[in-house]
Design a protein around this ligand. Sequence first.
Ligand SMILES: Nc1ncnc2c1ncn2[C@@H]1O[C@H](COP(=O)(O)OP(=O)(O)OP(=O)(O)O)[C@@H](O)[C@H]1O
Length: 123
Amino acid sequence: MNTERNFFLNRIKAFKYAAKGFWILITTEKSIIAQAIIGIIVTIFGFIMNLSATEWLFQIIAIALILVAESLNTGIEKLADFVHPEYHKEIGRIKDISAGAAFFAAIFAVIIGLIIYIPKFIL
Ligand SMILES: Nc1ncnc2c1ncn2[C@@H]1O[C@H](COP(=O)(O)OP(=O)(O)OP(=O)(O)O)[C@@H](O)[C@H]1O
């Protein structure tokens, strides 16, 4: 019973830490704020273009993919700067790889965007 209670208390605590991290990201991290603003603009555009339910789902997934990848990239950059603030070739490589993950997400988000919007403008 007690371990069960601890489990739930720990889950609530973990949720609070995660919410704190979310708040840090959206209030202090310029790259996340910029991506969130783009996400809001694209969402407004979605309303203007009257997207179908399926198109909305893919657009929301694309926005989420970008924000999640960018957030993890930010975390890895912070960790790298903390463990090794000075210049190091390997830190540069780690940061490049981490940024590459965000780039991956961006490529697929653009593909999703093209599939949704090209027919609306061309057909
Ligand atoms: N300590 C370092 N040692 C070697 N290369 C680094 C180091 N810090 C940054 N770099 C290089 O500079 C690039 C940009 O790093 P930085 O941490 O400034 O990321 P950024 O994308 O500019 O960050 P932000 O998301 O804050 O704009 C890295 O991908 C890496 O190639």
